[in-house]
Structures are given as C-alpha cells and as structure tokens.
Design a protein around this ligand. Structure first.
Ligand code: AMP
Ligand code: DBH
Length: 538
C-alpha cells in the first residue's frame, strides 16, 4: 500500500528529474553515505553518537519495528523532543517505509488527536517525560479512538521491554530495508495553518532531499559544520533549512539544545565550537540581551553564521547580530509546505539586513498576485504564489482546503503578502491568512476560536494578533459571553481541552459584540486597530 498524495504533473516531474533535482532515492541515503564513519554525528547532553552508531541503532529500531508488524506504507505518530532518539526514529521509519507525523513536543491532546484522526497511525512513539504520557490514560484514549493503533513505544518508560531504548538495543539481525520509493511520501510535515484542524503536508523523499542538498550549497554546510539545533527539532527549519538533515548529509555535527535560551546555548557553543545555528527573532533578542548583561560575547567566538527565520526580522535587530555577536546573518523565509528563501552569504549588507532572500531553486516559480489573481509588478505588495520542485501540491486528504489554497495552474498561495525587489529578493510585508505568528510559532485563529466556543458561556470568540516588542506578535481573544467570565477560567478551559501552551491567548478581553464587516464576517482588521490604538495610548 502506498500513501496517496497530490502529485506533481508529469511535465514538471520530468523536468525536475532531468535537471537532477529529483534523484529517486529515499532519504535513508543520507545516513547510508556515512555509515562507516566514526565521526561524531549527534551530541545530546552527555551522549554522543557517531555516524556508524546512528546507522546501526536506526537499523536496530527499524528491524525491531518490522518484527512487530510495521511495514512499508504504514504511518506513525511520533512525539519526541530535542533528543538523539528523534533522528534515530526518523531514520528507522524511513528505512522501513513508515511515514511519521512528527508532532512538536509542545503539542497536547488536541493536536495529537487531530493528527491521529488524519493519518490513522499503526504506531505511536512518545516520551514518558511528556505530561500527556506520564500515565496511560491518554494512550488508552488514543487506542480507543483509533483502531489502527497497534504498537505504542515509549521513551523513558520504566519497563524492561518494548521501550524505545530496548528496541534500539535489539540486534538488527538479518534486516532488509524497505524504504518507500523516492517519489512516495517520506513523512508528513506540520502546517502552521489557518484552519480549525491542523493540516498535514505530505513530503516526498525526492522533494525534501533536493531542498536539503541545495540548502547545503547555499548555506556552506560541510563536514566541518557544527550546527546547534535549539528550535524544536521537528520543525521544518531545523530539520531541513539546512537543519539537521543537511548537516548529516554533509557529514557534520549536530548539537542538541532543549531550547534557545542563552544560559543553555552559550555554554554549548563554547564547549562544542559551534559554527552555525538557526533562530527565531525573539531568541536573537534574548541572546543580545544576555551579551549586554554579561558584558561579553566571548563564548560565541566560534559562531560563523546565524540563520534567522520563522517570523520577520526587523532591520535594527538584524544589524545588531553582525555588530554585537560578530558573525554573519542569513535571513530565511521558509514554510513547511515547501518554498524556502535565503539571503546568500555573499549578498551585500543591505540585502542581508532588509530582505528575506530568494528561493533555493532556479525552478522555484514565485510571483506576486493581486486579489483577482493577476500578476503585480516589482515593488507592489501582493499575495505570494509559488510552485516548484519541493513545494507540495496539496494538503493530505483536504480537497476543499486545497481548492482554496491553489490556483488553476497549481500555484500555492501561502497567505503571505510580499514584495519583490528589482534583483529578485523577497520582502515579507504582511499576511492575509488568519493566523498569529507568535515569534515564529504559528497559531491558527480558527482552531483556538473553536475551542473557546466550546465553553458553555462563550457565544462568540475572535483571536487576533497584537504587536509585541519581544515576540513580534502575541494573541488577543475577544469574547462575547452569556455571563461575565474571567480570563483565568477560559485559560483553564483551553488547558483542559489540551492544546499547546503557546496557543493560549496572551490577552482575553470580554466585549458586548464583535464588529462585523458589511458581509457579516468578524472585522478582525478593526479589532487589531483597536489594540494598536490602545497600545499607542499606553
Ligand atoms: P509554517 O506554516 O509553520 O511552516 O510557517 C510558514 C510561515 O512562516 C510563512 O508562510 C510565513 O508566514 C512565516 N515566515 C517564515 N519565515 C519568515 C520570515 N523570515 N519572515 C517573515 N515570515 C516568515
Ligand atoms: O517558519 C517556517 O516554517 C520556516 C522558517 C524558516 C521554515 O519552514 C523553514 C525555514 O524551512
């Protein structure tokens, strides 16, 4: 059984193969190329793993899962944090052709249940150290609700058998890898989304591996690269732009940090002579603050480049990276759906400080559309439209949403408002999608509004962004209730439903009614304006 997904049309697929973008090899190739190397691949706290060990341990896990009935074409729900087992599991699943959804460690019941409903996984791999898996209640609920679930494997489980650790230690024996073909689904990436249920993005070996290989060229990743992963490992940016997979492909070193805090990261950078990392803008602010407080950037001496993406980087902050950290900046504007833009390392200063770069591939087609879908000239602000060799052609099992997200020629409309400079760089100018970008963490307004509206006293809810000095944006919920209701009660309600903490509204305001547009939709522009006016007065 293969997983069905929206394929590229034949003519484009032929072109991508002809140009050497699609190699028709699975991403197991990334490890296979280094399987006899004793160079260090991953450092996770006191543990380190060579390439040889990564290859062997992922073989062990793959074989153990195969013996437990997992096979090519199956799917898995995986939730692991920034630990070596994240990569061991990813490669093990690639080896047996099982496509995972890698949930973020911050995800809770609502998100995991939504993913399970969409992929009907046969396998769950999770961590006892996550509050959801501290006891068996949620696992029992998942198994009740999803008859497809046959195997549950936990990390940090106090059992002698059937734990992630014990499976990694089971000798592989006669193991035959059965990866999916290059043009089949390798895994599902998570969309930041704008809809009530979070959508999944099928990524094939061909498209993902291509974006990784060419990211390595653009980002100068080599066997000498020592890359700090401080953002959530499952996120598309630290996975593939060039991320850990890029570093593995080049034979470099990945060093894991649980979070991007300066107290955790600075000592790691010093100890492991880290050369590269990827951050979101708020993390950059906190690093600069730490340098000021500690009066030195000495521990960052080995850093050659910092990539910043996930949310718009202001020009002032951008300039401070070069002067106060003393390393190169690379802006990254990417999306789990595909398209990734980078400023190039040898771009002039103005381009690096003021643009979000240009696409990876000469065959990334990017243009700017007006509201009627007509092309706009250089310098005009409009909708980002794109298709290309690593941009998906449809969300998994979502025909209606796909009809609204793509034009008739297969161009994906990302919901970003951009401007093109005369030399082909992109400047992100805003957003049309109903989403809050909270320092790089995306919140689909509709998802939270629906959850808020499940409270018996809430009649209507609208979630909008408000400006925030550190995070860029935070979220504010406007609530119409049948009786007075305290913000703490609504926050508790959301926590009880089980949703990632970063999605809880930063502010909750009760109002008598929500402003409406002439067609009767909630006028979010007006709500955002109200918040901006309040901030201006404060
Ligand atoms: P996601 O859907 O979670 O993969 O997030 C992708 C979205 O993040 C893009 O469509 C943009 O809205 C936003 N984004 C990513 N990088 C940047 C950046 N460098 N500047 C502004 N927005 C960004
Ligand atoms: O925000 C993103 O999704 C993102 C940012 C930078 C991304 O997916 C990427 C690079 O690949």
């Amino acid at each position: 059984m293969t997983i069905s997904y929206s394929r590229w049309p034949e003519d484009l697929a032929a072109r991508y193969r002809e140009k050497g973008y699609w190699l028709d090899v699975p991403m197991t190739d990334i490890l296979a190329r280094h399987k006899n190397s004793d160079a260090v691949a991953v450092i996770d706290g006191d543990r380190q793993f060579s390439y040889r060990q990564l290859a062997e341990l992922s073989d062990n896990l793959a074989a153990a899962l195969q013996r437990r009935g997992l096979k090519n074409g199956d799917t898995a729900l995986v939730q692991l944090g920034n630990v070596a087992e994240f990569y061991l599991t990813l490669f093990a699943l690639f080896k047996i052709g099982v496509a995972p959804v890698n949930a973020l460690f911050s995800h809770q019941r609502t998100e995991l249940s939504a993913y399970a409903s969409q992929i009907e996984p046969k396998l769950l791999i999770a961590d006892r150290s996550h509050a959801l898996f501290a006891d068996d209640r949620f696992i029992e609920q998942l198994c009740r609700e999803h008859a497809s679930l046959q195997q549950v494997i936990l990390r940090n489980d106090n059992q002698p058998e059937n734990t992630l650790e014990s499976l990694l230690a089971e000798a592989a024996g006669e193991f035959n890898a059965t990866p999916t073909a290059g043009d089949e689904v390798a895994f599902f990436q998570l969309s930041g989304g704008s809809t009530g249920t979070p959508k999944l993005i099928p990524r094939t070996h061909n498209d993902y591996y291509y974006s990784i290989r060419d990211s390595n060229v653009i980002c100068h990743v080599t066997a000498e690269t020592r890359y700090l992963i401080a953002l959530p490992a499952a996120h598309n940016f630290p996975m593939s732009s060039p991320g850990a997979l890029g570093v593995f492909d080049a034979g470099g070193q990945v060093i894991l940090a649980a979070d991007p805090s300066a107290t955790l990261c600075f000592p790691l950078i010093e100890k492991h002579h880290i050369t590269d990392t990827g951050l979101v803008p708020p993390a950059v602010s906190l690093w600069l603050q730490a340098i000021q407080e500690w009066g030195t950037n000495k521990s960052l001496a080995s850093l050659q480049r910092i990539q910043v993406g996930g949310a718009k980087l202001g020009e002032t902050l951008a300039a401070r990276i070069q002067s106060e950290i003393g390393c190169k900046l690379q802006q990254v504007f990417g999306m789990a759906e595909g398209l990734v833009n980078y400023t190039r390392l040898d771009d002039d200063e103005k381009t690096i400080l003021t643009t979000q770069g240009r696409p990876i591939s000469p065959d990334d087609e990017v243009w700017v559309a007006d509201e009627n879908g007509n092309p706009l000239p250089v310098g005009a602000v409009g909708r980002l439209m794109t298709r290309g060799p690593y941009t998906f052609r449809g969300y998994y099992n979502s025909p209606e949403h796909n009809a609204a997200s793509f034009d008739e020629n297969g161009f994906y409309c990302s919901g970003d408002l951009i401007e093109m400079t005369p030399d082909g760089n992109i400047i992100v100018q805003g957003r049309e999608k109903d989403q809050i970008n909270r320092g790089g963490e995306k919140i689909a307004a509709e998802e939270i509004e629906n959850l808020l509206q499940r409270h018996p006293d809430v009649i209507h809810a609208a979630l909008v962004s408000m400006n925030d000095e550190l995070m860029g944006e935070k979220s504010c919920a406007f609530i119409v209730a049948s009786q007075p209701i305290k913000p703490v009660v609504l926050r508790r309600h959301l926590r009880e439903l089980g949703v990632a903490e970063f999605k809880l509204p930063d502010r909750i305001t009760c109002v008598d009614a929500l402003p409406l547009t002439p067609v009767g939709k909630v006028d979010k522009k007006r709500l955002r304006q109200q918040l901006a006016d309040q901030q201006a007065q404060a």
